[in-house]
Design a protein around this ligand. Structure first.
Ligand code: PMP
Length: 318
């Protein structure tokens, strides 16, 4: 679907996958005015196709749009775009353990001009790709590299928006993480508080059952994290969303107060963090049962194996 300042949203259509023609002066190519979402479609045992909390993705896309001076796509258009893509051929949604169709809605500035200002012409697309299990051979704890040289976001910056530039700036620290034998990088804010990984939120489990997760205006508000924390709250855990310093993390692990550390996001759902790695060495992290048990409960809901008591599923093929 297209948007212009004069005509609003117009020309919704499904078209064959292929290249997009862009003017070389299109604003997105120069100023990075671009946002996106990530969401999955799941096939249940009875063959029906569902997605998970799409209202949350629609709302986050709107928040990202506001920050990036792009127009807000109405939530009903967001839902319609996903439904119509699935309607072309539901067979794209694979069946089987941990299989899904990953959907990537995205919006970018296509107006051609060279001054720096919000574009008046924008395009919104959705593409899709089958996604298999994130882990080969079962969920594995990941090793996390502490990014001490690079930040992912700054105060008042675009950290809370799902915009390409945040990911561009995380590529070099991510490459550093791989070089150090790690799977992921964890970012701190300038006060030394823990933010998130390149594409996942971080959660700490305390011995007394409290669950603590970083809160700041430069973190991407993960829908997986919100959902897992809701399920934990349902089980009687207390949830704290507040700044968490690196010092608190280290002290908590050293004293045994922190009993589990895990990361979560749409792609991997939940991955335990097995080690925090810095130039000074490796700090092993405690492991427990809660992360995997919450993972199982959430995926059971997503795949229709357990009651959806919060009404999170949204049927796409009916
Ligand atoms: N943080 C970042 C930077 C991400 O890219 C993602 C993935 N969208 C997340 C957190 C987790 O968000 P969600 O649970 O909605 O996938």
């Amino acid at each position: 679907v297209c948007w212009s300042a004069r005509g609003g949203w117009h020309r919704p259509r499904v078209q064959p996958y292929g290249p997009i023609a862009l003017d070389p002066a299109a604003a997105v190519l120069h100023y990075g005015q671009e946002i996106f979402e990530g969401i999955k479609a799941y096939r249940h045992a009875d063959g029906s196709i569902h997605t998970f909390r799409p209202d949350q993705n629609a709302a986050r896309l709107q928040r990202s749009a506001r920050r990036m001076a792009l127009p807000e796509l109405p939530a009903e258009y967001f839902l319609q775009s996903i439904r119509e893509l699935i309607a072309v051929d539901g067979a794209w949604v694979p069946s089987g353990e941990d299989q899904s169709l990953y959907l990537r809605p995205f919006m970018f500035a296509k107006e051609a001009f060279l001054g720096v200002r919000p574009a008046q012409k924008v395009a919104y697309y959705v593409i899709a790709s089958p996604a298999g299990s994130y882990f080969k051979g079962g969920v594995q704890p990941v090793r996390i590299w502490l990014s001490e040289n690079y930040a992912r976001a700054g105060k008042g910056g675009t950290g809370a928006a799902k915009t390409g530039g945040n990911y561009a700036s995380s590529l070099l620290p991510q490459a550093e993480a791989y070089e150090k034998g790690c799977d992921q990088v964890v970012f701190l804010d300038r006060d030394g508080n823990v933010e998130e990984l390149g594409g996942m939120n971080v959660v700490f489990v305390y011995k007394d059952g409290r669950i603590v997760t970083p809160d700041s205006d430069s973190i991407l508000e993960g829908i997986t994290r919100n959902s897992l924390l809701q399920l934990a709250e349902d089980r009687g855990h207390t949830i704290e969303r507040r700044p968490v310093s690196l010092q608190e993390w280290r002290d908590g692990v050293a004293s045994g107060d922190i009993v589990e550390v895990f990361a979560c996001g749409t792609a991997a759902v939940v991955t335990p963090i097995g080690a925090l790695v810095t130039a000074a060495g490796e700090e092993p992290q405690p492991s427990g049962e809660l992360a995997l048990s919450l993972r199982e409960e959430l995926t059971d809901i997503q795949y229709g194996r357990r009651e959806d008591k919060h009404g999170w599923l949204y049927r796409l093929d009916a």
